[in-house]
Structure formats: C-alpha cells, structure tokens
Design a protein around this ligand. Structure first.
Ligand code: DHB
Ligand code: FE
Length: 288
C-alpha cells in the first residue's frame, strides 16, 4: 500500500526562486535563508519520496479570475513551468503521477470533498520554489526533479477562501485516499505558502513573528488548535497573504496522529525574516 511517511512545510517566496535562478544565493541577504534549507536538502536525499503530493496556490497564473476552483487536483502526466512575466523559471518541467492522482480524486470526491480535476495547467512559483528549496538547482533541459509530483491547488487568492478547518479535514481524506492505493509508494505531502506577509494596501510589508511562531508551535503539537483558527485571524494577524497558511493544514491533517496514530517526529524547524516581503517558515515532520 502507499503510505504518507512525512510532511514538509515551506514558504514559496518568488524572490527565492529568482535568487537561485540569478546566482545570488551566496549574497549576505540570502545566505541565512538558504542555510535554513541545508538540513532539508540532505534529509530528502535520505528519505527520498516516490511521489510528492504538493499543496500550493496558483497566483492567478493557471487560473485567472475567469475560473477559480477552491480545490484542484492535477491528474496530468506533466506540467509546464509558467511564465509569470519574466519568462518561465529555468527549472525542469514537473512530471505528474496520473494514476495515483486519479485514485486520490476518486477517493476524496467519494469522501464528499468536491475537487476540480485538472488535466492541463502550468505551475507557478507556488509549486516550483518549494521544489527548488528542497532539491536545489536543476538543469532545466538535461535535469529532472527527483520524483513525480501531484499538484494540488487551493484558492487563497480570491475570496471566499476555504477555512483552515476544511483544509485540515481534507488532509484526513487525502491520507485515507493515499493509503488505499495498492502500490507500495513512499508519499510525502507538502504544505506550502505563508508565513505572515501582506503585499498591498496600507499594511503592505506586515510581518508578525509572534503569530508565525505560535502557528508553528500549534501546527506541530496541537493541530486541532491550529485548525480552529478562523480565517479572519490569519488576515488580521498574518496579513492578507498570510491566509496562504491554511494550506499547511491540509498536509498536517494527513499525518498519522490525526487518525489516532503516534505524534510525528519534528525533524526540522526553521524561521527567518526577511525574505522579500515575507517571513519564511519551514518544518519537516516524520510519521513514526
Ligand atoms: C511575495 C510572496 C508571495 O507568497 C507571493 O506569492 C508573491 C510575492 C513576496 O514576498 O514578495
Ligand atoms: Fe504566494
């Protein structure tokens, strides 16, 4: 059977991708950001997943305001890297896992979550920056990401957005779906986006270290409490784009302890300000 063995949580700041693509990672500003991912880069080599179920948000790239799915699962064989205005990032295209994705879609929809099925889409920084942070630089043509990825896009851009509670419950359904797939696969689930940031309006530049660290504490040790945070608290405390954090609850909801298993092991915790306009957070949790 397939098994979710670990969850990885990380911010997806687009400037991090640009720093990698433009060879700036050794600049003083960026060094401490990338140092926070040294552990994860080694860890993922030692715990290589067969498939990554990657929860992220599209930033009006694949989905314009014409069509806004709340939860969209990628069932394609591959995904082009999006052009977000400066040309596509120089990273390999993303290979999907259509068979597992179709199985998850079937199971999760039958568990009463209405997913949108996506057979073709380009993936933006929300998905490629987390891959770059964990797997390092890859040749865009000769290189390849080390494993297939199932993109799972969540609307956190256009209101109304899903609650943290719904995301947490959805994570539990995804876990059941993965663990009812016949093939022996080591699956990681990633929750990405956040942490506190606001990109526009009078509060642009808002960062809230206290909220972020309390969120990390809750996510690790008391995910029920994290799932109870109402969406207005994210927006008030973590800024309008801080709402991206609800995506972390999908990955956390898929961990074994939520279904009565043992608490996960905290393999790594990292928090750093600033990176562009955003507080960067990163956790690795292992099922034990
Ligand atoms: C920034 C952060 C984001 O999450 C994003 O999607 C776009 C920009 C920023 O920090 O500038
Ligand atoms: Fe974002």
């Amino acid at each position: 059977m397939a098994k979710i063995t670990a969850s990885v949580f990380t911010s997806h700041v687009p400037a991090i991708g640009a720093a990698m693509d433009l060879g700036k990672t050794h600049e003083d500003y960026w060094k401490p950001v990338f140092a926070g991912y040294d552990f994860g880069k080694q860890w993922i080599k030692d715990h290589k997943p067969d498939v990554i179920f990657l929860v992220y948000n599209d930033h009006a790239t694949a989905f314009s305001l014409d069509l806004i799915p709340t939860f969209a699962i990628g069932t394609a064989a591959d995904y082009e890297v999006a052009d977000e205005g400066f040309g596509p990032r120089p990273v390999p295209k993303v290979i999907g896992h259509p068979d597992l994705a179709a199985h998850i879609a079937q199971s999760v929809i039958q568990q009463d979550f209405d997913l949108t099925i996506v057979n073709k889409m380009a993936v933006d920084h929300g998905l490629t920056v987390p891959l770059s942070l964990m797997f390092g630089e890859q040749d865009p043509v000769k290189g390849a990401w080390p494993c297939p990825v199932i993109p799972f896009a969540v609307n956190v851009v256009q209101y109304p957005v899903p609650s943290g509670r719904r995301c947490y419950n959805l994570g539990q359904a995804i876990r059941k779906a993965v663990e009812s797939y016949d093939e022996d696969l080591n699956v990681h689930i990633w929750g990405t986006g956040g942490m506190s940031h606001q990109l526009q309006g009078p509060r642009a530049g808002l960062i809230n270290k206290e909220f972020d660290n309390a969120f990390l504490d809750k996510l690790i040790n008391d995910p029920e409490a994290a799932a109870s945070i109402p969406h207005i608290d994210y927006v008030r405390e973590a800024g309008s784009e801080g709402i991206e954090l609800v995506m972390w609850l999908i990955a956390r909801g898929a961990m074994a302890d939520v279904a009565g298993g043992k608490p996960p092991k905290l393999a790594h915790r990292f928090y750093h300000v600033p990176a562009s306009n955003t507080a960067v957070g990163h956790l690795i949790l292992e099922n034990t």
